[in-house]
Write a protein that binds this ligand. Structure first.
Ligand SMILES: CC(C)C[C@H](N)C(=O)O
Length: 490
């Protein structure tokens, strides 16, 4: 069964140039392939415009044409998720691995897998935590000698690993781990919603209606007829429509209300104040010198390193049932600003960007994947409903850009034309902490972290922030990976 979905209808300004030639294109969504609408994809379904691109990419890299055999693909998903101690994903892909005919002995751990597969583990570790340490020598080692990898296989693996590292961030930041994994970790309330129904009404947002019952969550299939969704010009935030919602689930509802009823922004600024700041920033005319821009970036980077989000006491030991997939568990994120004497420079987007470099390289080495990834990144970057916590017609682009660039700053990536002063104007400390923890130590996210940020926003808006975290992080890892592939090739 196929549904045509508007493809580039709402990619926003940034994408317009690149996609001018294909603007009227449509893609066909193969519903039969989308058989794994698990909780993660259901929550992403809050944002249908992004949801399509996410699923299409995931389906392509897991099931589509590509150099790696199936068992490698699933195993890479497992070891990527295990790096972030994400039982939800590990269990899910262990099951898939077996269903696909994988050798069950591999599930005993890293000591039981082929030497070739084992050899990519270092890249998994580095990409997950300190991608700036990746060197072309890592790639060289893999592609030489016995059991060597082809370059296309390495790229496929890197795409898979970075996808599942970032997805682990999303799973934890949305609190999706509690229900399925059966393990105890401090997590959030029940995941809120399945695919939002499209709406053309401009009714005020109703937080209570954004919560679905467990039953509907488990049984619901997203309604793909409804994927016209909101758009830049007046679409309403998911949850504002009148879809069939099992709002009767008292527990889930109470979970939501516990958040909604908190006094606004105890730990930050109110939505009104934020909007005012965005307005002032967009009216600002003064040009900054190159030196000033650079020092503002460094300041944000330095402050990030000082954030106490990730105190050692908060560290969570690798659950024993995952430890056989983890080697060198002590290798974790280290602040880029504290990289010490390693002589590593800031990654400058003007020298290597996704649009100008990464996209075409990845597309060349692993057929068409660049196109999928590109559409997904754009969808995440440009997604907006022009709302903020129930207020309509808000231009949120500055806020969203600050979030995206802040995430990449955590990984030492600088967008040269961006004034990082805006990050400090628009992202309050608790939000920065949440973002940093979600990116770098997702397993440490707690209910308190989630509840204490953006308290005036809808759950769907928090999911929106979480999906930006996932995608900006995914892109950051890929930028480092592909730059080294390029260096290796030249
Ligand atoms: C993350 C949110 C504040 C995004 C906002 N709801 C928008 O539509 O752009």
């Amino acid at each position: 069964m196929y549904y045509a979905v508007d493809y580039y209808a709402d990619m926003g300004q940034i994408s317009q140039d690149c996609f001018a030639a294909t603007k009227t294109g449509t893609f066909e969504l193969d519903m039969d392939e989308l058989d794994d609408l698990d909780q993660v994809t259901q929550v992403i379904g809050y944002h249908p415009q992004f949801h399509d691109h996410f699923l299409r990419t995931q389906n392509f890299i897991m099931k589509g044409d590509g150099p790696l055999p199936n068992d490698y693909r699933y195993y890479l998903a497992i070891i990527a998720a295990a790096r972030h101690q994400c039982p939800y994903l590990v269990k899910r892909y262990e099951k898939e691995f077996i269903n696909q005919g994988g050798d069950s002995a591999w599930l005993d751990g890293l000591d039981f897998i082929p030497a070739k597969l084992r050899a990519i583990y270092d890249i998994n570790k580095i990409l997950a935590h300190r991608p700036w340490l990746l060197r072309k020598e890592h790639i060289e080692r893999l592609t030489k000698g016995k059991n060597s990898w082809s370059l296309s296989e390495v790229v496929h693996a890197m795409v898979l690993l970075s996808h599942f590292h970032s997805l682990s961030s999303f799973v934890f930041s949305c609190g999706l781990t509690q229900k399925l994994d059966g393990l105890s970790s401090p997590k959030l309330k029940s995941p809120p919603a399945v695919v939002a129904s499209p709406t053309t009404t401009n009714t005020p947002l109703d937080p209570q209606k954004t919560v679905l019952s467990e039953i509907s969550l488990n049984n619901a299939k997203p309604d793909y007829n409804s994927q016209t969704a909101a758009n830049n010009n007046g679409g309403a935030e998911p949850g504002s429509g009148n879809a069939t919602r099992g709002a009767s689930d008292a527990a889930a509802l109470n979970g939501y209300l516990a958040t909604a009823q908190q006094p606004p922004q105890q730990h930050g600024i109110s939505v009104e104040a934020l909007m005012e700041r965005m307005k002032v920033l967009s009216q600002k005319q003064d040009e900054c010198s190159e030196a000033e821009l650079s020092s503002r970036f460094q300041k944000v980077e330095q402050q990030t390193a000082e954030l106490a989000a990730v105190t050692p006491e908060a560290a969570v030991a690798v659950p024993t049932n995952l430890s056989h997939y983890v080697d060198d568990a002590n290798f974790i994120y280290q602040d880029f600003a504290r990289r010490g004497t390693e002589n590593i420079n800031t990654f400058r987007i003007q020298d290597y960007s996704w649009e100008d470099h990464g996209y075409s390289l990845v597309d060349r080495l692993y057929n068409d994947v660049g196109t999928f990834l590109d559409a997904k990144f754009r969808a995440a970057y440009n997604l907006t409903y022009c709302t903020m916590g129930g207020i309509k017609n808000v231009d949120t682009s500055k806020f969203r850009r600050a979030i995206w660039n802040y995430i990449q700053c955590i990984y030492g990536i600088r967008h040269d034309d961006y004034d990082y002063g805006e990050v400090n104007q628009l992202l309050v400390r608790p939000l920065k902490m949440f973002i940093k923890t979600a990116c770098c130590f997702p397993e440490r996210i707690t209910t308190k972290d989630y509840d204490s940020v953006l308290v005036e926003l809808q759950d769907s808006e928090k999911v929106h922030v979480n999906l930006m975290i996932m995608e900006a992080r995914n892109q950051a890892e890929l930028l480092y990976a592909l730059r080294e592939i390029m260096r290796y090739m030249t």
